[in-house]
Design a protein around this ligand. Structure first.
Ligand code: SF4
Length: 95
């Protein structure tokens, strides 16, 4: 049976490049949050920050635009929004 593609998006942040300006936290506080180090991390629906580099969380459907805009405008170019086939649709590695 053919694999059914979904349009679920995931997002991760490269903290090595984060400037800590907080744009993403303003846009989508349900998804991005500062830790005590002043850098932005993604947050799961469980409210826990994902501290392992490269860890991804699902983008809630109602926040897709906010998360995509965050990636496009992130001054550190360090927010990666990825489709479930692995293609980055917003962020520094997007076409
Ligand atoms: S917008 Fe980018 S650089 Fe700014 S806090 Fe968020 S991840 Fe860091």
């Amino acid at each position: 049976m053919a694999e059914v593609a979904t349009d679920q998006l995931q997002v991760w942040v490269d903290q090595d490049l984060c400037t800590g300006d907080g744009l993403c936290v303003q846009y989508a506080p349900e998804v991005f949050e500062f830790d005590v180090d002043g850098l932005a991390y993604v947050k799961g629906t469980d409210g826990e920050l994902r501290m392992t580099p490269g860890d991804r969380v699902d983008v809630p459907a109602h926040l897709r635009l906010e998360v995509i805009d965050s990636a496009k405008e992130c001054p550190g170019e360090c927010i990666h929004v990825v489709r479930d086939d692995g293609v980055e649709i917003a962020g520094p590695d997007a076409d």
